[in-house]
Ligand binder design. Structure first.
Ligand code: NDP
Length: 458
C-alpha cells in the first residue's frame, strides 16, 4: 500500500477548506493545508467581514441624519476613512489569527504557500519547491473577481482592493448590478461619495424576486446612487491627477476617482494543475462535483465557490463539513442546497429564502402571493422615506410557504429565523397560527391576510 505524506491535503484556507481540514483532523486524519494569501479566505480577509464593517460605518451616517426626528441635535459630523480601515484591518488580522490557531490546535499542518497539483495524489509547493503526497486532496481555492476585458481594465479595481484604498474616493463608478455592486454603491453613497452604478440590465439583483429587485432599485436611487441601466462600460482612460474617464455604450462619459468592477466572480483554478490530475471543469472553469463534492477523480474533492454551486460562506462551510464526514467519518453526507437563506447588505438590506415568485410559478404552477410594502414605524419620526417589503410565496395546493422575501431594516437577521420555517416546510396556516411580536416589522410575516392579485390589464 502506498505510504502518503498526509491523509488529506487541502488547497485553500478559506471558509470551506478550513472547516474541512479541522473536521478531518479531529477525526484522526493527518491533514495539511496550503494558503497562498492569508488564512481566512475571501470571507474574512476581503469579503463578507470587512464589507460588513463598511456597511455599519455607512449606517452611522444615515443614523446621524435621522436622529433629528427623535430629538437629537448632532453637530458637524466627519468621517475618517483611514481610521475605519485601520480598525477594520486590526479585526481582520485578529480573525485570521483565530483561524490559524484553530487549524494548528486541531493538528493541521499549515503551509503559507501556493500549492499546485502535480498528479492526482501529489501537490507542489511553489515557493518552497517541495512536493507532498496525499491520499485525498480537497480543492477549496474559491473564486476571483471577473473582469470586463475592456480597454483600460487595469485602471479599475475589484472588491478585493476596496479595503486597501488609502482614502475614500469622492467620485465612484461601479460596474455591475449584483450583490457586490449594490452593496458597495450604498456603502460609498452612505459615506458621502457620488456614486454611479452602471448595469447592463433593466433592474439590479437579477436572480432575486422581482419585487425585491424593484424595491432595492428604488432604494439605491433614494440613497443618492445614480443607477444607469441598459448601459455598459466600453473603455477606461486616465484623466490626470489619478482620475479615470469612463466611456459607456450609451455615449455618456463620466469622470471618477475610482472605478470598481463588480461583474461576478470566477473559479480560481487558473494554473492549479487540474489538467495534470485529470480533474474536469465546466465551461465557466468551475470544478464539476457530485453531491458528495467528489470530482471525476476518485480521491479529489472540491468545495466552496470553486464549484460554483451556491457561492456563500455558510454553504462552503457545510460542504467542507459534509466532505469530512463522508471521507473521514464513514458517514456519507450530502449537503442539501435547497432553501439556503441569504442576505444582501444594501441599505435597507435584503433577506431571502426559498423560491422567487417566478421560480415557484414555474415549479408548481399555482401559487398564492401575500405581500406588503409599508413605511416602518421607525421612519415615522426619522424622516426617512425608506420602505419595507415583506412577501410570502405559498404553494397553492398544500399551502406550504416556499419563499420569503424581505427588504428593509433587519431583514438579514429576521430571515435566518424564517429560514427554519421554510426549510421545515411549514404552511401559511402555521405561519398565521404564530402570534405576532408587536410592534415589529417582522410581525407582518404572520399577519398577512389578503392574497395579492395581479392588477387587471385594461
Ligand atoms: P453577481 O453574480 O451577484 O453579479 C454580477 C453582476 O455583474 C450582474 O449584475 C451581472 O449582470 C454583471 N455582469 C456580469 N458580466 C458582465 C459583463 N460582461 N458586462 C457587464 N455586466 C456584467 O456577482 P458579484 O460580483 O456581485 O458577487 C459575486 C458573488 O459573491 C455573488 O454571486 C455572491 O454569491 C457572493 N457575494 C455574496 C454576498 C452576500 O451574501 N451578501 C455579498 C457579496 C458577494 P447580469 O445580472 O445581467 O448577469
Amino acid at each position: 500500500m502506498t505510504d502518503f505524506d498526509f491523509d488529506l491535503f487541502v488547497i485553500g484556507a478559506g471558509s470551506g477548506g478550513v472547516r474541512a481540514a479541522r473536521m478531518a483532523a479531529l477525526r484522526g486524519a493527518r491533514v495539511a493545508i496550503a494558503e497562498e494569501y492569508r488564512v481566512g479566505g475571501t470571507c474574512v480577509i476581503r469579503g463578507c467581514v470587512p464589507k460588513k464593517f463598511l456597511v455599519y460605518a455607512a449606517a452611522y451616517g444615515k443614523a446621524f441624519k435621522e436622529a433629528a426626528g427623535y430629538g437629537w441635535s448632532v453637530g458637524e459630523v466627519r468621517h475618517d476613512w483611514a481610521k475605519l480601515c485601520a480598525n477594520l484591518h486590526d479585526e481582520v488580522d485578529r480573525l485570521s489569527g483565530i483561524y490559524w490557531k484553530n487549524l494548528s490546535n486541531s493538528g493541521v499542518e499549515i503551509f503559507q504557500d501556493r500549492a499546485e497539483l502535480e498528479d492526482a495524489h501529489t501537490v507542489r509547493l511553489i515557493a518552497g519547491g517541495r512536493t507532498i503526497s496525499a491520499r485525498y486532496i480537497l480543492i477549496a481555492v474559491g473564486g476571483a473577481p471577473a473582469r470586463l476585458g475592456i480597454e483600460g481594465d487595469e485602471l479599475a479595481i475589484s472588491s478585493n482592493e476596496v479595503f486597501l484604498l488609502k482614502q475614500r474616493p469622492q467620485r465612484i463608478v461601479i460596474a455591475g448590478g449584483g450583490y457586490i455592486a449594490c452593496e458597495f454603491a450604498q456603502v460609498f453613497a452612505g459615506l458621502g461619495s457620488e456614486v454611479c452604478q452602471i448595469y447592463r440590465g433593466d433592474t439590479v439583483l437579477r436572480g432575486f424576486d422581482d419585487d425585491v429587485r424593484a424595491h432595492i432599485h428604488d432604494e439605491l436611487k433614494r440613497s443618492g446612487v445614480r443607477v444607469m441601466t441598459h448601459a455598459n462600460i466600453t473603455r477606461i482612460e486616465e484623466a490626470g491627477d489619478g482620475a479615470r474617464r469612463v466611456y459607456t455604450d450609451t455615449g455618456e462619459e463620466l469622470t471618477a476617482d475610482v472605478v470598481i468592477q463588480a461583474v461576478g466572480r470566477v473559479a480560481h483554478t487558473q494554473g492549479l494543475g487540474l489538467d495534470k490530475a485529470g480533474v474536469e471543469t465546466a465551461a465557466d472553469g468551475a470544478i464539476i462535483v457530485d453531491k458528495f463534492s467528489k470530482t471525476n477523480v476518485d480521491n479529489i474533492y472540491a468545495v466552496g465557490d470553486v464549484t460554483n454551486r451556491i457561492n456563500l460562506t455558510p454553504v462552503a462551510i457545510r460542504e467542507g463539513a459534509a466532505f469530512a464526514a463522508t471521507v473521514f467519518g464513514d458517514d456519507p453526507t450530502a449537503f442539501d442546497h435547497a432553501d439556503v437563506a441569504s442576505a444582501v447588505f444594501t441599505q435597507p438590506p435584503v433577506g431571502v429564502v426559498g423560491l422567487t415568485e417566478h421560480e415557484a410559478r414555474k415549479a408548481y404552477g399555482a401559487v398564492d402571493i401575500y405581500k406588503a410594502t409599508f413605511k416602518p414605524m421607525k421612519n415615522a419620526l426619522s424622516g426617512s422615506e425608506s420602505r419595507m417589503l415583506v412577501k410570502l410565496v405559498v404553494k397553492q395546493d398544500d399551502q406550504r410557504v416556499v419563499g420569503v422575501h424581505m427588504a428593509g431594516d433587519d431583514s438579514p437577521e429576521i430571515i435566518q429565523a424564517v429560514g427554519i420555517a421554510v426549510k421545515a416546510g411549514l404552511t401559511k396556516q402555521q405561519f398565521d397560527a404564530t402570534c405576532a411580536v408587536h410592534p415589529t416589522v417582522a410581525e407582518e410575516l404572520v399577519t398577512l391576510k389578503d392574497k395579492w392579485t395581479p392588477p387587471e390589464i385594461t
